[in-house]
Structures are given as C-alpha cells and as structure tokens.
Design a binder for this molecule. Structure first.
Ligand SMILES: CC[C@H](O)CC(=O)C(=O)O
Ligand code: MN
Length: 338
C-alpha cells in the first residue's frame, strides 16, 4: 500500500501576489477545470493576503474573490476549494460568504507566535462544516518549542491540520525536519507544510517535511507564488510518485494545466532573483517582493539593502508600510547604490 499525501495547490491564492491580484474569472475557470481533470483534491482561491485582502495596503483585486471562488466551484465536482483568512484582515462574514460561494476548507493564518487570535475563526470554520486548518506563518522566526506550543493552541481550538509555513523561504531542510517532527510528536492532528523557493530549497524542504510525517504539502503550478514562488506542484506529483507516495494527481494532466494554461498568463518566470534570494537569506515575508521593488525604484536604492534591513527589523506581514520607511531612511543615510 502506498502512503497517501495531499498536495494542496495554491496557484490561485499565493500566485495572486505575483499576479498583483489581477486573476480574471476565465483564468480561474481554466485552472480549476484543469485541477478537476488532473484529480487535485484541494486548491486555494482568495486574494493573496486571504479573504478581505483587497485593499490599498495589500493591493486591490481586479475581480472580487467571491466571484472567483464561485467560478472555480462551478467548474469542480470532486476538487475542493480552500480559502485563506488572516484574522484582522478577513472578517468572519467573509468566511460565511466564502462557504456560500463553494469553499470546503478554510485555512486560518497567523504569525507563528499569535495562534491565539484565531480561536473564533477556527470555531466558526468547524461550525460551518469546513475542513479547518491552522497556518503558522514565518515559522523560521520561532524556536521549535514555541511552534509546538502555538500549534497545540490551534489543535485545542479544533484545527484538523496545522501547517508549518515557511513564508520567507528561509528554512533549511534539517530545520523543516526538526519542526515537522516536533509537531508530529506533540499533536494528534495532521501536519502540513508550505514552502517558498527563495533559497532554491522548496522541493528539498517539502521532501523533508513528508519524510518527517507531514501529510499535506502546498505547491503551485510553475511555482506561481510570492517571492520565488512555492514548491512546483507538477514536479511534486512526479517526485513523490517516484518516492512511493500516492497523491491521486495524474502527471500529464497536471503538467498540461501548468504549461498550457498557467505559463501563458504568468507575468514573469518565477526565478530566484537577487532580491528573492535576499528574502530567504534574511528572512523576509515573500509577499514583500513587489512592494520592495517599487520602493527601490522610487527612492533609487538597492532592493537588497531594503530587504537586509527588513530582515534585521524582523518585519512581519501587515507591516508593508515599513518597506517605504526603510527605503526613505536609506536615502537619508545616503545609501544610494544605483
Ligand atoms: C499574506 C498571506 C501569506 O501570503 C500567506 C502565505 O502563503 C505565507 O505566509 O507564505
Ligand atoms: Mn506563501
């Protein structure tokens, strides 16, 4: 018997960062149809910053996310839609609307030390009959003991899966192994892992997570996601099959949706550039990439200097305005490198 793993695709949510939240309904329908044909069990659709993320701070969505969730759900019989919510950005009403639009799973995301803010959202997810998940972001910023403590909070609220989320793509394989193993030892629920490829380690880290007992692994087609993107879903299908795991996803159909659909609307290839490498190196939130590039251009400073400073300051999601502040400070200190 092959061991089962669930590959959860986040192209239509994490990829939204890279698309500047401009997914069209037709793009979402085409990808959703591809997922259905390929046998994907779960895929995520929301603004990049989760439900309610469409705003001046995070970037406005071109098409309302509820319309996109509804469109995706119309294309699927067996594939299930997940939505992400960050308490404080998304409201509980957004979760109810998402459920009405067809969502079957909710992932409640908090900073790695702030699981306590998710209690009501986890309760609501369970009451709505959604598969309910805790998502601990910026996992590199907390020691493993803290991560375990926070994951236990999620589990005590009713989360059915708890994720180790490497938002900055900063973790190394042995650290992923340590964190996932600790969660497996201390929790009864399932454990998931979400990677970013800023240090070219997304696949290695995803393998380390599965070997340590994670049963849910996130990926995106052609790596479409924040920073250098996520673990490449279609590559994971191939690699995990070779390793003897069963994801239920068919290789050629998933490759087709990656190459015939997603590759055609991607604004740029998901490369490891100087600045995304710097995000992994200094531990900066992957979704800061495009904002940093804009700030560097506006103030004529080096993106890498901004990112190094943000890493030192331990900036977290929601502090996007700091990016511009840091760029202005670099100008004031005369650090003009371009
Ligand atoms: C802003 C939400 C964020 O993109 C969630 C996520 O995918 C991560 O932390 O990596
Ligand atoms: Mn992510």
């Amino acid at each position: 018997m092959k061991q089962e793993i669930t590959l959860l695709d986040v192209t239509l949510r994490d990829g939204s960062h890279s698309m500047r939240h401009a997914f069209t309904e037709e793009q979402v329908r085409q990808v959703a149809r591809g997922f259905e044909q390929a046998g994907v069990k779960y895929f995520e659709v929301s603004h990049g910053d989760g439900l309610g993320g469409s705003s001046l701070q995070y970037g406005f969505s071109t098409v309302d996310e509820l319309k996109l969730i509804e469109a995706a759900s119309e294309e699927c019989k067996n594939a299930n839609i997940s939505v992400l919510i960050l308490p404080g950005i998304g409201l509980k009403e957004d979760m109810e609307d998402a459920k009405r639009a067809g969502a079957k799973m909710v992932r409640v995301a908090t900073h790695v030390t702030e699981a306590d803010v998710a209690k009501q959202h986890i309760h609501l997810g369970r009451n709505l009959g959604l598969k309910t998940v805790g998502f601990l972001m910026m996992a590199h910023m907390a020691p493993t003991a803290t991560l375990v403590q926070q994951a236990k909070l999620f589990e005590s609220y009713g989360a059915e899966i708890v994720y180790v989320t490497d938002s900055a793509g900063a973790l190394l394989p042995h650290e992923v192994k340590e964190k996932v193993s600790a969660l497996k030892e201390n929790l009864s629920c399932e454990v998931g892992f979400h990677a970013h490829n800023n240090l070219s380690l997304a696949m290695a880290n995803s393998m380390a997570a599965v070997e340590a007992g994670a049963t849910y692994i996130d990926g995106s087609l052609r790596c479409l996601g924040a920073g250098s993107g996520n673990t490449q879903t279609e590559v994971m299908v191939a690699v995990f099959e070779r390793l003897g795991y069963e994801s239920g996803i068919k290789l050629f159909p998933i490759m087709d949706v990656a190459n015939e659909v997603v590759a055609k609307f991607m604004p740029r290839p998901q490369e490891i550039t100087g600045s995304s490498l710097m995000m992994g190196y200094s531990g900066v939130y992957s979704s800061f990439l495009l904002f940093t590039q804009e700030a560097a251009k506006r103030y004529n400073v080096d993106e890498r200097d901004i990112l190094l400073q943000l890493g030192k300051m331990q900036a977290v999601g929601g502090q996007e305005d700091l990016i511009y502040e840091v760029a202005r400070e670099l100008v004031a200190k005369n650090v003009i490198t371009k």
